[in-house]
Design a binder for this molecule. Structure first.
Ligand code: GDP
Ligand code: MG
Length: 439
């Protein structure tokens, strides 16, 4: 998926201005890419239609950065379909909160039960109890017991000779007696959805009245994952989804279609076999993943789209040689102003969207005007050589620009910081990115 989309966007980028037929081409690529990633056909159709309408309808065609805008529209729409924010667990008003894990065999129910228990202990000092209600494979009970030992959580089990509904009933009684605040029920799976399993799960649901029915789905199963989610949701009215095995080179396709087809939120993602490899699901990060935006270079390229190639080369060389000066700084400010709000651009960097450092990144267009006023009050020599700026020159510049000396000092400091930062970035070091725009 990623490669495919990257190619589509690379195609756009090289052309500069985007025509309506470019949008059509890009949309065809996006459509193929999503289908290749096993996104459900109807979901793809709907998705592409929405994006195309938004792209053609907006000022993309005569925009200065058309490719960037299309990427943003696709990205925003992915987030839109997958939900805007992480959705927390449903909690019961009185203990215990009951969580029922359901899903096909091998999806990761037992592992995820352990991961959730561990997380609840860490986050809330919870005292969960797990119930072993998968009686079809002797190993299943043992597996949950082992997982329980690993995370320090008691497991209620009655071997494999009892009816699962009975086991759950007695397990809940045990939890009531021990005042456990969470009960996690591990149920059986099958290789595919069958009526007998669904009946059993319905019975358990009826008895336990769980606050959460979490469907665990293997993200690597693509299209099948969507059908599975649809089937389970129809019968059990699930409350959320856990997408496992995202640590592989899985494409994000399943996330998109499961959410779209069931309307149920993906609450967690599994990222490995270890019992701490679980994360809250962030739609924003998943959109990044689907689009393959992890590459910082994409962003830099984006910033440079408006430059002609020579200008871009000049800039890159200057940054590398650390001869980036105030003229470049102003030029860059203009670039940034043309790209839209900095906060939005920063959010497109994977890991940045939820980075606390981003909270400090705010740039008022007025600030940019002030910065420009300060730069324009410098002599040409000063603009080329920031080291000339001694206190008396700074006072003169402040008077000339109508800004305070403190502001001039702050701006110069910010300039130097961002110059250093870009220099580091050009050498492949992205740490401290948040300082780039001052704070
Ligand atoms: P269940 O049949 O649904 O209970 O599935 P299990 O919990 O037994 O998991 C099946 C296999 O998938 C086991 O080998 C797990 O270690 C593995 N597994 C579960 N979740 C993940 C995950 O997020 N990433 C990876 N790589 N493996 C996982
Ligand atoms: Mg299991």
């Amino acid at each position: 998926l990623t490669e495919r989309l990257q190619n589509a966007f690379n195609g756009l980028r090289k052309k500069g201005k985007v025509t309506e037929s470019d949008v059509r081409d890009a949309m065809r690529e996006i459509r193929l890419a999503l289908l290749e990633a096993d996104v459900n056909f109807d979901v793809v159709k709907k998705f592409v239609k929405t994006v195309r309408e938004k792209a053609v309808g907006s000022e993309v065609l005569d925009s200065l950065t058309p490719a960037q805008q299309i990427v943003k529209i696709v990205h925003d729409e992915l987030v839109n379909v997958m939900g805007d924010a992480a959705v927390p667990l449903n909690k019961s008003e009185h203990i215990p909160t009951i969580i029922m894990m359901v899903g096909l065999q091998g999806a990761g129910k037992t592992t995820t039960a352990g991961k959730l228990a561990k997380r609840l202990i860490q986050d809330e000092k919870a005292r969960p109890l797990m119930i072993a209600a998968d009686i079809y494979r002797p190993a299943a009970v043992d597996q949950l017991v082992t997982v329980g030992q690993q995370v320090g959580v008691p497991v209620f089990e009655m071997g494999t000779d009892h009816d699962p509904v009975d086991i759950v009933r007695q397990g809940l009684a045990e939890a009531a007696a021990k005042k456990n605040d969470y009960v996690i029920i591990d149920t059986a799976g099958r290789l595919e959805i069958d009526e007998q399993l669904m009946q059993e799960l319905s019975n358990i649901k009826e008895l336990a009245q769980p606050n959460e029915i979490l469907l665990v789905v293997d993200a690597m199963t693509g299209q099948v994952a969507t059908q599975v989610a649809e089937g389970f949701n129809e019968r059990l009215d699930i409350t959320g989804v856990v997408l496992t095995k995202l640590d592989g080179d899985t494409r994000g396709g399943a996330a998109l279609s499961i959410r779209s087809v069931t309307g149920k939120p993906i609450k967690f993602v599994g990222q490995g076999e270890k019992l701490d490899a679980i994360d809250v699901f962030y739609p924003d990060r998943m959109a990044d993943r689907i689009l393959g935006m992890g590459d910082m270079m994409t962003l830099i390229e984006k910033a440079q789209q408006d430059y002609d190639e020579k200008q871009a080369e000049d800039m890159a060389r200057k940054i590398k040689e650390n001869s980036f000066d105030f003229n470049d700084f102003v030029e860059q400010m203009d670039q940034i102003q043309n790209m839209g709000p900095i906060e939005d651009i920063m959010k497109m960097i994977p890991g940045m969207a939820n980075n606390p450092a981003l909270k400090n990144v705010k740039m008022d267009p007025k600030d940019i005007d002030h910065i420009k006023a300060i730069v324009y009050s410098m002599t040409p020599k000063e603009r080329e050589d920031p080291d000339l700026l001694n206190p008396s020159r700074r006072r003169r510049i402040a008077a000339g620009s109508g800004r305070s000396v403190q502001e001039v000092n702050r701006m110069i400091k910010q300039f130097k910081q961002s110059r250093d930062m870009m220099n580091k970035m050009s050498k492949g070091n992205f740490n401290g990115m948040e300082n780039m725009f001052g704070s």
